[in-house]
Structure formats: C-alpha cells, structure tokens
Ligand binder design. Sequence first.
Ligand code: NAD
Length: 359
Amino acid sequence: MTVHDITLIPGDGVGPEITDAVVRVIAGAGVKVNWDVQHAGTDVFEAEGVPLPARVIDSIKKNKIALKGPVTTPVGTGFRSVNVTLRQELDLYACLRPCKSYAGARCVYPNVDLVVVRENTEDLYAGIEFQKDRKETLELIDFIASKTNKSIRSDSGISIKPISVFGTERIVRFAFEYAVANGRKKVTSVHKANIMKHSDGLFLEVANTVAKSYPDIEYEDRIIDNMCMQLVQKPELYDVLVLPNLYGDIVSDLAAGLIGGLGLAPGANIGGEMAVFEATHGSAPKYKGLNKVNPMAMMLSAIMMLNYIGEREAAARIDAAIASIIKEGKHVTYDMKPTPNDPTAVGTSEVADEIIRRL
Ligand code: NAD
C-alpha cells in the first residue's frame, strides 16, 4: 500500500482542531499518510519572529503536497499574509474552489455544482501599490498625465492591475484541463473587458484563443456584473468559471454563499509541481479551542487532495459519509442547524467521529 508524504500545517485559531479532525478521518478511510507537521502563523511569529519559517516552504517543496489549516493575518500591522506568501513563493497560480450543494444543507438552491478557477498571482493582488501623498505616487500621477492626458486627483492612492498573456494562458488552460479531466461540459471566462480593455480585454482575448484548442468543451464569456446576477438567479446554467484574481475572490465567496456558507466551501492552491489544499474560510479566532466550528470545508478540501494523489476510492467514501450526515442533519455543527443556538448541534470532533463511523 502506498504511503503518502504530505506536509501538514495545522495553522492557528480553529486550524488545529479542524486539521486534527481531518487527519483522523483520512486515517479512518484507510489512507496511509506520513504527515510532516509544520507550524506557521501567529504562535510561530511570537516564538520565532517569523510567521512562515523557511522549513515550512522546504517541506512543501520536498513533499509537493500540503494540507493547510487557516492562518490569521493581522490587520494593519504585524506580518504579511502567510497565505499570500505561500502562493507567491511556490507559484501556486490556480485557486480551485468547487461549490456543490448537498441535499439537506441550508442553501439557496438544491442544484448548484460550480467550480471556480481563480488566477492567484496577478491582477490587483500583485501588491503594486502607491500610497496617497508619497513622492513616488505624485511622480506616477505626473507621468500618467504626461502620457495619457488624463488627470488623477493629487490626493489619490493607486493600485496597479497587471494581467499578462503568460498568466492568463496558463490559468485558462488549467480550467480547460480540469474540465476535461473531471468530465465537465462548459467553461465560462469572466471579465470586464468592455471597461478595462488592456487588462481584462487581454484576459478575454487570450481565453478565447485557448478555448479553440478544446473543441469538445463548450465555451462562453460573461461580463462580471452580469455573471454575479446570473449566478444568483440561475446558477445551474454554469459549470467551470475561470476568472482573474479579484473577481475570482469575490465570486468564490458568492458561490460559497449559494451552497450554504463557509462551513462547506473547500479549496486548493495548485501550481505546476505543488499543491496546497485548504478551506476557503479563515481562522475564526473567536471559536478557537471551543470544539465548535464545522470541519467539513476542511474535509472537502482533503477529499480534493485525496483525488489529486490518486486515492479516489477513499475520497468517494468520505464524500458519501459527509453527504449522508448533511442530509440527515443530526450530527452537524451549529452553522448547519436551523438556528445558531440549536442545542442539538455537535462539535468539531464529533462530526469527525460520525464520519469515521459511516466509512
Ligand atoms: P473567518 O472565515 O475566519 O470567519 C468568519 C466567520 O465565519 C466566523 O466568525 C464564523 O462565524 C464563520 N465561520 C468560519 N469558518 C467556519 C467554520 N468552519 N464553521 C462554522 N463557521 C465558520 O473570517 P475572518 O473572521 O474574516 O478572518 C479571521 C482570520 O482568518 C483573519 O486573520 C484572516 O486574515 C484569516 N483568513 C485566513 C485564511 C486562510 O488561512 N486561508 C482565509 C481567510 C481568512
């Protein structure tokens, strides 16, 4: 039997509780994993002065696969986001977020089955920012005026939005390859090319070209505002969506809302050689140590990981166990009950126990 070497980052906040639940479920499904546990986040920052020590990156580079709990990012001061740093250091260019409605979940529609493919490295997330009143910002404003005849108010802050042919081509190709590998029928590219002709326009043009190499997959494009309205009104018309970074971030939360919220929204950050699997939600610090939050988003992320490493049968068994628990509505956490204070809600570890019992 194969033993998989996988990096495990428990994270902070509720991260250690939910990753512990997931590790137990994977063992319960009979998958053998040699976990290389690597800590990162606020506690590590306090102890070692850095939130993401080099050993964590080295471990992922060695094992190529990681399962990661959420990590807190301090607002304003403190350290740079561990999540963004990981994506950039490892060039995890594709953020994959499937959103499927499970029968019994408190969701808006019963038949949502979307996969959001978000570009992870470019766009307004590139981190090219010019602060209001800084010398270089005023110089940039002068430069733009001299080159374009367009004036920007002198009290402006500026964020730059780069979108490249290289970055777009690989993310759109990723979306089509995903569609082919997973029996999906349609890819929709999402943009605002009518307004941002040289960034979103480029994204659309490259997407249209890449689509021609996949004649068996239906292809169409949508303008982002129309896409949001359509997803709320008729999500069943859509399948795989491919988007630049910022729209991808927003639309993946919209899609998570459609299927019942963050407790059920899994994710993966995938690069050419490596992949980090993590839930969409954050570290929910107010629930830390309370054995309260829903581990299912993390478990669904682990199912994506098991499929990725070829453990498809175990992944399907865990998915079936989760689906039956959601349908029954008994052994679920507070967020999946009709009211948040429902006394019959179970805790994080009890959800794991029940899944293991049903495997
Ligand atoms: P959050 O996702 O941590 O929590 C928001 C609220 O959603 C929680 O208060 C809770 O009510 C609910 N929630 C979240 N996860 C849940 C779960 N598994 N089960 C049930 N309910 C759940 O978002 P936030 O409060 O904005 O962020 C907290 C911290 O997490 C921040 O520092 C943020 O930067 C970080 N964050 C990390 C990641 C990551 O590690 N990938 C992602 C998002 C946010």
